[in-house]
Design a protein around this ligand. Structure first.
Ligand code: FES
Length: 112
């Protein structure tokens, strides 16, 4: 059975939330996932910045989303929310680690 990360309506449209990494993905995970919503679509990334390995959020569950960018709170690396690619700052062309998710019956399901 594929892991359910949350309900779709727990993510504000155009916003982001933080969820625990399911044990099925990584039993020893200490890092979390960031989920971003675009209407009925959701993108999932490991909440680790490729610049210096810090979490992207500035407080638990709180992410900087502005002007169509997801911005790392540590040093300002900017990522394209739709695909996690670096579009500015010190991430130097690296991308966030992405995971496939699907919305099934109003639930966000990890595709592993
Ligand atoms: S760790 Fe994210 S910009 Fe440095």
């Amino acid at each position: 059975m594929k892991p359910v990360l949350c309900k779709l309506d727990e993510i504000p449209d155009g916003g982001a939330i933080e969820v625990d990494t399911p044990q099925a993905l990584d039993p020893d995970a200490v890092d979390t996932l960031v989920l971003l919503r675009f209407g009925d679509q959701v993108r999932a990334y490991l909440n680790v910045c490729p610049h210096a390995g810090r979490p992207l959020n500035w407080a638990p569950g709180r992410f900087l989303l502005a002007h169509g960018q997801l911005v790392c709170a540590a040093h300002g690396a900017a990522f394209k929310p739709e695909d996690g690619s670096c579009i500015g700052g010190p991430c130097r062309g690296e991308s966030l680690t992405s995971y496939a998710v699907e919305v099934v019956d109003g639930q966000v399901v990890l595709q592993i």
